[in-house]
Design a protein around this ligand. Structure first.
Ligand SMILES: Nc1ncnc2c1ncn2[C@@H]1O[C@H](COP(=O)(O)OP(=O)(O)OP(=O)(O)O)[C@@H](O)[C@H]1O
Ligand SMILES: [Mg+2]
Length: 334
């Protein structure tokens, strides 16, 4: 594997089986939550994964972080396939890969002090350190998330902190072991608007200071455009467009990306007269279609879109799209 790449995901799939119907007439239905997803993340890069609710973002992250087993596929981290590791090998890797979740209320144990919460990963992975050194690491982690002086926070419980401060502690817990990779799943969507920018800037600063590589999941394109070097757009379990952030925002080549970009006001300041594209309906991951997953909602569709799944096509400079009619789209938007 190319040495500049930290994470490479190949043909990743997750199919859930959902029970439907009444008790007397139970039926099983497949949910194709993630369907042949492939992407890579370079060292030091932030890849954004965007898409509407139910498109498979969290399922992808949970498989990458080994919180869920894949149906099939490969997840290469530093060249090793995580899908083939034993449980104890996976546990050892936890200090290199960490996750930040959406809801800091859920992820911090309410019965533990901040000190205990931050000691936990150290005790799990660096038990041998002298106690004083462990306390020094905890203090350093609290100060790195800009809660100062650290002593004022160490003996508090999560309920004695604000939502933004709790998310900062969750971030401190994620970085305390100096990981290489962080996956953040909607890290600001549960927070008050006033503290969101502070958390995003903190993540950017930590990324810079620690040389972190990140996967940032969000349904908010403004957040993705602010934070990410590249963006992958998911639709119904598939990546339908991927590219450098500037390309995705300025020349979206899939009708779905175009729809996402066209409704975000603060992205349109430099793109004058951009036509608005409002979509009806929503993602349905139980549908298995021979054609393009977006066909039912696509205003640009052609006959081929109903019968043939579009292949990913390179548009140059790392920009790629899976759409039969992307050239029509470019003509209409230019
Ligand atoms: N444990 C599960 N069992 C059955 N179906 C599931 C399970 N987890 C997720 N799904 C389904 O898989 C699909 C993808 O879900 P996922 O949570 O990955 O979406 P998401 O993109 O993260 O959405 P959101 O933006 O709402 O968080 C959805 O249709 C969801 O209902
Ligand atoms: Mg999710």
């Amino acid at each position: 594997m190319d040495n500049s790449i930290l994470l490479k995901v190949r043909d990743l799939k997750k199919t859930f089986v959902k029970k439907t119907g009444s008790i007397l007439n139970r039926k099983l239905q497949n949910v194709y939550a993630v369907h042949n997803v492939s992407f890579e993340i370079k060292k030091g890069e932030i890849l954004g994964i965007i898409g509407e609710s139910g498109c498979g973002k969290t399922t992808t992250a949970r498989m990458v972080m080994r919180l869920m087993k894949e149906t099939s596929g490969e997840i290469l981290f530093e060249g090793r396939d995580l899908c083939k590791l034993t449980d104890s090998e996976t546990n050892k890797l936890r200090n290199k890969m960490q996750m930040i979740f959406q809801d800091p209320y859920d992820t911090l144990n309410p019965g533990m002090t901040i000190m205990d919460i931050l000691m936990e990963p150290i005790n799990a992975h660096e038990k041998h350190l002298p106690y004083d050194e462990k306390v020094r690491r905890v203090k350093e982690a609290i100060e790195s998330i800009e809660l100062r002086p650290a002593e004022d926070y160490m003996e508090r419980f999560p309920h004695q902190l604000s939502g933004g401060q709790r998310q900062r502690i969750a971030i401190a817990r994620a970085v305390i072991l100096e990981p290489l990779f962080i996956s953040a799943d909607e890290p600001t969507s549960m927070l008050d608007v006033s503290v969101r920018a502070g958390i995003l800037n903190l993540l950017l600063e930590l990324k810079k200071k620690m040389g972190l590589t990140m996967m940032l999941i969000t349904h908010d394109l403004s957040t993705a455009s602010y934070m990410c070097d590249r963006i992958a757009v998911m639709y119904q379990g598939k990546i339908i467009e991927v590219g450098p952030t500037k390309k995705i925002i300025q020349s979206p080549s899939h009708p779905y990306t175009k729809a996402l970009v066209s409704v975000v006001k603060d992205l349109n300041y430099f793109i004058q007269n951009r036509e608005k594209l409002i979509l009806d309906g929503e993602v349905d991951a139980t549908e298995e279609t021979a054609g393009c997953p977006f066909v039912k909602r696509c205003p640009y569709q052609e006959d081929i879109c109903n019968s043939k799944m579009p292949k990913q096509e390179s548009l140059g400079a790392g920009h790629a799209v899976s759409c039969h009619c992307h050239s029509n789209l470019l003509e209409k938007t230019s």
